[in-house]
Design a binder for this molecule. Sequence first.
Ligand code: C2E
Ligand code: CA
Ligand code: CA
Ligand code: CA
Length: 275
Amino acid sequence: AKKQGKNRYVWFEPTMENELRFRNELETGVRRGISNGEFVPFYEQQIDIETGRLVGFEMLARWNSPQLGLVKPDIFIPIAEDVGVIAELSEQLMVRAFADAQEWDPTLTLSVNISPVQLRDPWFAQKLLKLLVENNFPTHRLEIEITESCLHQDVGMVRAMIASLKNQGVRISLDDFGTGYSSLAQLRSLPFDRIKIDRSFITELGDAKASDKIVDAIISLGNGLEMPITAEGIENEQILTTLKRMGQLKGQGYLYGRPETAAQVRNRLTKAGRM
Ligand code: C2E
Ligand code: CA
Ligand code: CA
Ligand code: CA
């Protein structure tokens, strides 16, 4: 038993130490990355699945780290939230995205993801509206995506912020719908403009699994509430065909393309005559 304990000690402690060191380096890296402007917006196409027409883009953050290369948001967003720099990071990305989107066909919308941590700030709506004015970006082109976890907070405050944003023309989507806790209660209590069905349901479509019935039911629900629906995670033609049969939707996913840089988007839009 003693030997076991010793082995465990030897095996375990360095790992924790390494993990801590890695975490520390990441935190420092994220702060430095913000000062150095290493975070860049990528864009994913949003399509009207009926016509195949491009209707807008969702901005997805990437970290162009000198040490680590191109880093995905699942790594750095939680860190930015923990160390209290998520609002700053988000603003920096939005300013870039507004500038990019200003070059596009003005009928194209821009969606941005907003962290639950940002919504805890009672001045969030005012700050966002100010940012839009300062950057001369039309409110009606912006859609913000919030997840259900945003809504475990003071619902009264979130409702007031949503109301003032909507008043100015910003639209609000409920992201990752179906994965959170008490989804239906959220729909009842807050006036969303759109529901985004979580990717996990969409990627499973077409194999006559339960997902088909769930997605069908969410679409009926959206129709009943007059909330338009986006399906994310459309990876192949089979999924697309299934979705087309189910209703009128917007769609996103690898079938249409991977998230692209601003330059790649510019190229795409120039070819389509929409720059
Ligand atoms: P999300 O908002 O649900 O974004 C969709 C994610 O699914 C993106 O991952 C996208 O690249 C990926 N995706 C799109 N189509 C497909 C598909 O057909 N198949 C599969 N397997 N995946 C697909 P990404 O870019 O890694 O972003 C992950 C999450 O990070 C996002 O999930 C969002 O919650 C968060 N995020 C991204 N940018 C920001 C940001 O600027 N601020 C905040 N707060 N969160 C962000
Ligand atoms: Ca999203
Ligand atoms: Ca989502
Ligand atoms: Ca997600």
